[in-house]
Ligand binder design. Structure first.
Ligand SMILES: CC(C)(COP(=O)(O)OP(=O)(O)OC[C@H]1O[C@@H](n2cnc3c(N)ncnc32)[C@H](O)[C@@H]1OP(=O)(O)O)[C@@H](O)C(=O)NCCC(=O)NCCS
Length: 191
């Protein structure tokens, strides 16, 4: 599965204290992308409330960073104890970085995280006219069976293996190293 990215971009998990980055990223989405992401036009106040919930303790959010700015996100959010083994997945990439493989890389990371947490059903709210998201999901048909009618994806083999856990650990540690370098370079930058 392709995991190549625009050369200047890096993917890593977001930390709990980074909800402002996630909020600002959603506010930068153009009208159409914001509508595709949330299924309808939404206000700034809605995004504020949404990000506060999305950044909950059980969520896993992978961020796509370019020069320290968050330009894309892939979100995995459990639906709660009443719907154990089910989660919601959502993706958002700012327009200039769309169609460059970022969604592919983020969905790959999100599926790996879902598998390692034992989720069997992934809900993705996807508008019927969102061809790109549908094409993207189809690329993962070996790992995800996706029913666009009911917008529910079924994660195949939804049980972690030592290898799948190791893959997530390895991508986390490279992401962490990159994050440290980013912070360091920000500190060293002349004021
Ligand atoms: C939908 C979205 C997540 C896809 O991410 P992306 O980075 O643009 O997609 P990718 O570049 O990884 O392309 C994935 C596949 O989509 C298809 N695709 C890419 N660009 C396309 C375009 N302009 N039109 C139609 N299909 C396209 C291709 O099949 C591509 O796979 P390939 O490059 O191997 O051929 C992203 O465009 C986005 O954030 N859109 C706005 C918000 C949204 O729709 N979110 C989804 C709802 S949760």
């Amino acid at each position: 599965m392709r995991d190549s990215l625009p050369t200047t971009g890096r993917i890593r998990k977001l930390w709990s204290g980074e909800s402002d980055l996630y909020r600002d990223h959603h506010l930068r989405l153009d009208f159409d992308s914001r509508r595709s992401r949330f299924g309808c036009a939404v206000s700034e106040a809605f995004i504020d409330r949404y990000v506060a919930i999305a950044n909950g303790i059980d969520s896993v959010i992978h961020g796509f960073f370019v020069d320290g700015t968050l330009r894309g996100g892939g979100e995995l959010r459990p639906l709660g104890p009443a719907l154990a083994e089910q989660a919601e997945a959502a993706f958002s990439i700012e327009k200039p970085w769309q169609s460059h493989g970022v969604g592919t890389a983020l969905l790959g990371r999100t599926l790996l995280a879902a598998r390692n947490r034992g989720f069997k059903l992934l809900h993705m709210a996807c508008l019927a006219d969102n061809r790109r998201m549908q094409q993207l999901a189809l690329k993962f048909d070996a790992e995800l069976s996706f029913d666009f009618g009911s917008v529910i994806g079924e994660v195949e083999a939804a049980h972690p293996t030592p290898l799948s856990v190791m893959r997530e650990l390895i991508t986390d540690s490279t992401g962490f190293a990159t994050a440290l370098l980013e912070v360091q370079s920000r500190l060293l930058r002349p004021a």
